[in-house]
Write a protein that binds this ligand. Structure first.
Ligand code: A3P
Length: 291
């Protein structure tokens, strides 16, 4: 299959040149040093990144929504792989929250896991696919990919998407699950019981919140309240050679929407790809294995 026209490839991973400069990525791998107090959220795109950024921001502000209301997620927890991030990583004030969609082999090489804490959020890949599919159709930056991203064509070629294969992403990060500085969560468990998840995150981050503060985190991280905050905060993203655009991240926010999109054949094809790629990995880790 031919490469889509606007990707740049770095160590086999398709990235967008308007967002990821090759020079930055090299420096990122070799020069970045995280600090003990840093918290890095890692996700494959469309897995609930913004949801977790708000949860973390609210935990750090003890449930007070002022910060999530007044600053975009990009400011509160900048993506380390985006332009100007080297300076941002060096100088960011507390709380030092960062975000990344990078697969582990493109991540800074320094011994970050012994210092910073990493939270990895995964989501049912079928719902990731549907979310991605809807997202890219709205963005001018992706419009030339719209045929490529069409659901029927994406399925058999699901390895060639932005940030690379979902399977490699999850399997690359998962071995860190044994480290005490790594927390693996799923979008589905946030949905199932946000309070339990927030308590787990607080424990991981050594944050002691009162019942009232936890209730406020939960309330302000709800889909509807986040949607309102985001409408207030949503800044246009400006990149060279691209019309400024805004992202609409909160769309449906449900589990299992893939059932409305996949045909039986697509589901069977995907399930085969999934079984082949995830062979031998702990079944209990992934709630979607059951559905
Ligand atoms: P859908 O497109 O399925 O609605 P990301 O932040 O990684 O780009 O992920 C976006 C997905 O997370 C979107 O999924 C969005 O609706 C969902 N999401 C964001 N905030 C949420 C929340 N508070 N509750 C449930 N889902 C949320």
């Amino acid at each position: 299959m031919e490469n889509p026209p606007h990707y740049m490839f770095l160590k086999g991973i398709p990235l967008l040149p308007n967002f990821h400069k090759e020079e930055l990525m090299a420096k990122l791998q070799d020069e970045v040093e995280f600090q003990d107090k840093d918290v890095i959220l890692v996700t494959y795109p469309k897995s609930g990144t913004h949801w977790m950024i708000d949860i973390l921001s609210l935990i750090y502000s003890k449930g007070d929504p002022t910060w999530v209301k007044s600053a975009s997620s990009w400011k509160r927890s900048p993506w380390i792989e985006h332009l100007n991030s080297l300076e941002v990583i060096k100088t960011k004030a507390d709380p030092r929250l960062f975000t990344s969609h990078l697969p582990i082999h493109l991540f800074p090489k320094s011994d970050f896991i012994s210092k910073a804490k990493v939270i990895y959020v995964a989501r049912n890949p079928k719902d990731v696919l549907v979310s991605f599919y809807n997202f890219v159709h709205e963005l001018p930056i992706f419009q030339s990919f719209s045929n490529f991203y069409g659901l029927p064509s994406l399925l058999p070629n699901s390895l060639l998407v932005l940030y690379g294969s979902w399977f490699d992403h999850v399997k690359g990060w998962l071995p860190l699950n044994d480290s005490k500085n790594f927390l693996f969560l799923t979008y589905e468990e946030l949905h199932q019981d946000l309070k339990v998840s927030v308590e787990k995150i607080c424990q991981f981050l050594d944050k002691d919140l009162s019942e009232e503060e936890i209730s406020s985190v939960i309330e302000n991280a709800s889909f509807q309240v986040m949607k309102n905050h985001m409408l207030e905060n949503n800044e246009a993203i400006i990149r060279e050679n691209v019309e400024p655009f805004k992202v609409m991240v909160l769309r449906k926010g449900i589990c299992g929407e893939w059932k409305n999109y996949f045909t039986v054949t697509q589901m069977e094809t995907f399930n085969n790809i999934y079984q082949e790629n995830m062979k031998g990995l702990g079944q209990n880790l992934f709630p979607w294995d059951q559905c």
